[in-house]
Design a protein. Structure first.
Length: 415
């Protein structure tokens, strides 16, 4: 895959990016509710567990796998002892351009956190992904997006971009190609031509600026896939995925990925598959061998029932009984509610803020949702507690606005 294939601002990108985006946005889409599964897997051999958890006693300050939870505007801070659950130095793979190392990972029964490091083999290279990387060495600029060579369809237009044949057709009618992006947008046409080159008038391209120290950029893509052994691809649970890629001064990049399921997975281990591919400018992708690791479930969990006090109703919403699973890493809130959208506005729906009994905000992170027959399910990560509070307050907030629809008090009942 060449850089031109994935660096579009609004164009085709690798399927892993689509999966991650869909996982983040699926709270706006309707999907089938999954049936709970009760699975039993063979316990891992004791030798494997010892090897996997070789670094379990490492100090929390030396772990980076929790950083993507902690280094946010609303940090989720793992509880004391969470560092003891983390496996370290879990495997590596390399090719002629880069080396991928799985540095840290943890599975707490419902969620997986993974930290990988991708390092260039040559010191003259810097690894960068225009979609994902926050780098001190490379910045992304927007440039006009060139139209690919050949014949292609763009909406109801046909674009011919051959060496000596550049045309824009609407059906069988040939249209005049605008000479600027402004003219194209004014006429509602998808392309324009400048100095004999066709450009897209509806999108821009990402282009990394060359590092100031003269090093060359290597493009990369990475992914983490979680698998429960014994299940088919269709049976694998849907996982909400978020990630952060942090570029380093030596040209490497630390890749952190967080995934969690809608409900406890009820297994003794999961299999994670870590992969990456790297390419020089305009070169073909060179894939690294996939690194597959079995992560045992680590740490205790506490399940609590969430019961609304009174009728559970606010303005056009109603909180229904739900549950929270607390681990040392984070909490997983399965929030159930009914919601009636306003006749105008609120196109994005609502989400929820959580407060303690004293009115202090309880931090939450990413989430995903679904709606079936008017019943909404919202699964989100939240701050965990060593001592479970007796009550919380749920505040419904209109997405994209500061408008709120009221608060509902809920009891937390340990099970």
């Amino acid at each position: 895959m060449k850089r031109a294939d994935w660096q579009r601002a609004f164009g085709e990108v690798p399927e892993d990016f689509h999966l991650r985006l869909r996982s983040t946005l699926n709270g706006l889409e309707e999907k089938e509710m999954k049936k709970k599964r009760n699975l039993t897997l063979t316990l891992l051999a004791a030798a494997l567990i010892v090897a996997l958890l070789a670094g379990a006693g490492i100090a929390a300050s030396k772990l980076g796998v929790f950083d993507m939870l902690k280094k946010t505007a609303d940090p989720i801070v793992p509880l004391e002892g969470a560092q003891e659950l983390v496996g370290t130095n879990l495997g590596s793979a390399e090719n002629e351009l880069a080396r991928l190392t799985v540095e840290e990972a943890v599975f707490d029964g419902q969620g997986v956190l993974v930290q990988m490091r991708l390092t260039p083999r040559d010191e003259k290279h810097v690894l960068y992904n225009a979609f994902a990387t926050d780098s001190p060495l490379v910045e992304t600029k927007f440039v006009p997006l060139k139209i690919d060579e050949g014949v292609q369809e763009i909406w109801n237009w046909t674009v011919v971009n051959e060496k000596d044949d550049k045309r824009l057709l609407e059906g069988e009618v040939e249209l005049e190609i605008p000479a600027s992006v402004e003219e194209a947008q004014e006429k509602g046409l998808p392309i324009y031509m400048k100095d004999g080159v066709l450009y897209d008038s509806t999108a821009m391209a990402f282009e990394p600026a060359a590092p100031a120290d003269g090093r060359e950029v290597l493009n990369y893509w990475s992914a983490v896939r979680v698998e429960i052994e014994g299940l088919s691809e269709e049976e694998q649970p849907l996982l909400t995925e978020t990630g952060s890629d942090e570029g380093q001064q030596d040209g490497s990049v630390i890749i952190r990925t967080s995934l969690f399921a809608e409900e406890p997975l009820n297994v003794e281990s999961v299999r994670i598959h870590c992969s990456a591919q790297v390419s020089a400018d305009e070169g073909e992708d060179l894939k690294l061998d996939e690194i597959s690791i079995t992560l045992p479930k680590r740490g205790e969990t506490q399940r609590v029932r969430v019961e609304p006090v009174g009728d559970g109703k606010g303005e056009r919403f109603e909180i229904l009984p739900g549950e929270i699973i607390f681990t040392k890493v984070r909490g997983y809130f399965d929030l159930k509610y009914r919601y009636q959208q306003a006749q105008s506005g609120e196109e994005m729906g609502i989400d929820f803020r959580i407060y303690d009994a004293d009115g202090n905000r309880i931090n939450t992170g990413s989430g995903s949702g679904s709606e079936v027959d008017g019943l909404w399910n919202w699964n989100m990560e939240m701050q965990s507690f060593a001592e479970i509070p007796e009550t919380i307050w749920l505040e419904a907030k209109v997405i994209g606005e500061e408008k709120t629809l009221g608060r509902v008090e809920c009891r937390l009942i340990p099970e």
